[in-house]
Design a protein around this ligand. Structure first.
Ligand SMILES: NC(=O)c1ccc[n+]([C@@H]2O[C@H](COP(=O)([O-])OP(=O)(O)OC[C@H]3O[C@@H](n4cnc5c(N)ncnc54)[C@H](O)[C@@H]3O)[C@@H](O)[C@H]2O)c1
Length: 260
């Protein structure tokens, strides 16, 4: 028995062109692994391939399309020279609107990326891991909005809550194949998706009233805990959730000592 942790070696990372997904790809590569970067944004992934060489293999397509996902996993097995040992489901999208104004199309769009994409990538990546016979780890990036409703973000919050329960179900079903499944719930992270929040002084003023750590996370602050969960250092961790929100979830109630 060694006390050296084994990091992911052959990882599929969705949303790997930007933000948290790019940071996870960067961390996997820094720890000696290789990544199949799966994202819609071919141009941004070309930059990643330039930066990381053959440790970052781009695959352009949507996580919502079963045929494309199956192809991405097959491509990963060939390009990374073996079955996957890890999957990071990171791709996501947010189209904010109050429920009464939310179009059916935008509801379906959000649920498709956030929840259907996680199901499809888990289905095909787990099949690869099972065939490889050496187990694996899956890390699903949800959001604190899986626990806290988001005004004008009903589809997003409902989809993310679905991701957390789907992860538990996958952990239960895949344990017999030595595959662990966990969820990471970020708070506010400085990425393009959150740009319209971070650049708005009004929203940030309200955010900082409740925030315990009064700044957004850097994407690498999400990448390190996520890669930890996929490594052998977390070999007894499955079916659980790690909230990485700078304490946002605990900060909501007014400070009573100010009124005593
Ligand atoms: N940024 C935050 O504050 C925050 C907070 C909580 C949760 N999250 C979650 O973290 C994850 C990553 O978001 P981010 O903040 O890094 O955003 P980002 O916009 O920087 O990156 C998201 C990536 O997902 C890709 N993507 C979108 N739809 C796709 C699809 N159908 N198929 C393949 N790729 C697709 C985009 O092209 C993009 O590269 C998302 O699931 C998001 O919901 C983000």
């Amino acid at each position: 028995m060694t006390n050296v942790s084994t990091p992911p070696q052959r990882a599929l990372v969705t949303g790997a062109a930007s933000g948290i997904g790019k940071a996870i790809a960067t961390e996997v590569i820094a720890q000696g692994g290789r990544v199949l970067a799966f994202d819609l944004d071919a141009e941004a992934m070309a930059l990643g391939a330039k930066e990381f060489g053959d440790a970052y293999v781009p695959f352009a397509g949507s996580v919502t399309d079963p045929e494309v996902v199956e192809e991405a996993v097959a491509h990963a097995e060939v390009q990374l020279e073996g079955p996957l040992d890890s999957l990071f489901n990171v791709a996501g999208a947010l189209r904010p609107a109050p429920i009464v104004d939310l179009t059916v199309e935008d509801w379906d769009f959000t649920i498709d990326v956030v929840l259907r994409g996680v199901f499809l990538c888990t289905k095909y990546a787990a099949t690869s891991m099972i065939a490889g016979g050496k187990g694996g780890a899956i890390v699903n990036i949800a959001s604190v909005n899986a626990h806290m409703p988001l005004y004008a973000g009903s589809a997003y919050a409902a989809g993310k809550a679905g991701v957390e329960m789907f992860s538990k179900n996958a952990a239960l079903e895949l344990a017999r194949h030595d595959i662990r499944v966990n969820t990471v719930l970020p708070g506010l992270v400085d990425t393009p998706m959150a740009g319209f929040i971070i650049q708005n002084d009004g929203i940030m003023g309200e955010f900082n009233e409740n925030a315990v750590i009064k700044r957004p996370a850097n994407p690498s602050e999400l990448a390190k805990p996520s890669v930890f969960l996929a490594s052998s250092a977390a070999s007894y961790v499955t079916g659980t959730s790690l909230v990485v929100d700078g304490g946002y979830e605990i900060g909501g109630y007014p400070d009573l000592s100010r009124y005593l």
